[in-house]
Design a protein around this ligand. Structure first.
Ligand code: ADP
Ligand code: MG
Length: 263
């Protein structure tokens, strides 16, 4: 197929674990090295859209239009202030989409079909920012993706819920997307002064082995400030520890993508 991008979905059914922050900054890092990147925001909250400076009133097109089949993915993409990075924004319309498409036989492959437009899509990477749920939207992302990237927050219950997520990945593999891989698990919001956080990192590595990226994203106030300026942390403050960690994560992701593509 022409111009087939690598598609990575950023998923975890828990909220507030760093999905959107990871999608935005990983996408920015990939764009910075010359990749043509698209974020598809499928969270009705639209945090990725806001965090990339797309105001609500400017979202005349959205992932809702793509999922309902009203619009192709390329048509629905808007440029961002980051060169090489576009976004299909989300709107609150997405809250109703599950009910609207629930009866359609192709309900789980809507996004996948949109990303495989016959004329090809002009991106080398597509990152999907999921809602905090294992709902039909997240299933659409897993059906469409080559791999799943899972952010885990460094807190006591980090591993809780991961098995349910991995079971969902297995279920998608068995049914609609046999080649779906785990890109990796990224530990986020790490605070080295906190003994518990260190313990969590050890536990997650012990359980998940080399699925876990070497890069750990530190808790960093600059990272949390950036979205209110409508900017990725990497543009807001390139030198901060969070931005540097996301750049490092991007190089790990690229290395793994090369391996997955060759497999
Ligand atoms: P999710 O998309 O999984 O709900 P977010 O990426 O929106 O999670 O992150 C949840 C909150 O934590 C946001 O306010 C975000 O700015 C903040 N945050 C995310 N990563 C970091 C970090 N590394 N350091 C500090 N704050 C962070
Ligand atoms: Mg989010």
């Amino acid at each position: 197929m022409k111009n087939r991008p690598r598609i990575i979905t950023v998923a975890n059914q828990k909220g507030g674990v760093g999905k959107t922050t990871t999608a935005i900054n990983l996408a920015t890092a990939l764009a910075a090295i010359g990749e043509r990147v698209l974020i598809v925001d499928i969270d009705p909250q639209g945090n990725a859209s806001t965090g990339l400076g797309i105001d609500r009133q400017d979202r005349s097109v959205s992932s809702y239009d793509v999922l309902t089949g009203a619009m192709g993915i390329v048509e629905a993409a808007l440029p961002t202030a980051v060169p090489g990075l576009s976004i299909v924004p989300s709107t609150l319309d997405l809250l109703g989409v599950e009910m609207e498409i629930a009866g359609a036989p192709d309900r789980v492959v809507r996004l996948r079909n949109a990303l495989r437009e016959d004329k090809g899509v002009p991106y080398s990477y597509v990152l999907i920012d999921c809602p905090p749920s294992l709902n039909l939207l997240t299933l659409n992302s897993m059906a469409a993706a080559d791999s799943v990237l899972v952010p885990l927050q460094c807190e006591f219950f980090a591993l809780e819920g991961l098995s349910q997520l991995l079971q969902t990945v297995d279920q998608v593999r068995r049914t609609i997307n046999p080649n779906l891989a785990i890109q990796g698990i990224v530990l986020t919001m790490f605070d080295g002064r906190n003994n518990l956080a260190n313990q969590v990192v050890e536990d997650v590595r012990a359980h998940m082995g080399d699925k876990v990226y070497e890069t750990v994203i530190p808790r960093n106030v600059r990272v949390s400030e950036a979205p209110s300026y409508g900017k990725p942390a990497i543009l807001y403050d390139l030198k901060c520890s969070g931005s540097q960690a996301y750049l490092q994560l991007a190089s790990e992701v690229i290395r793994r993508e090369r391996r997955l593509r060759a497999a």
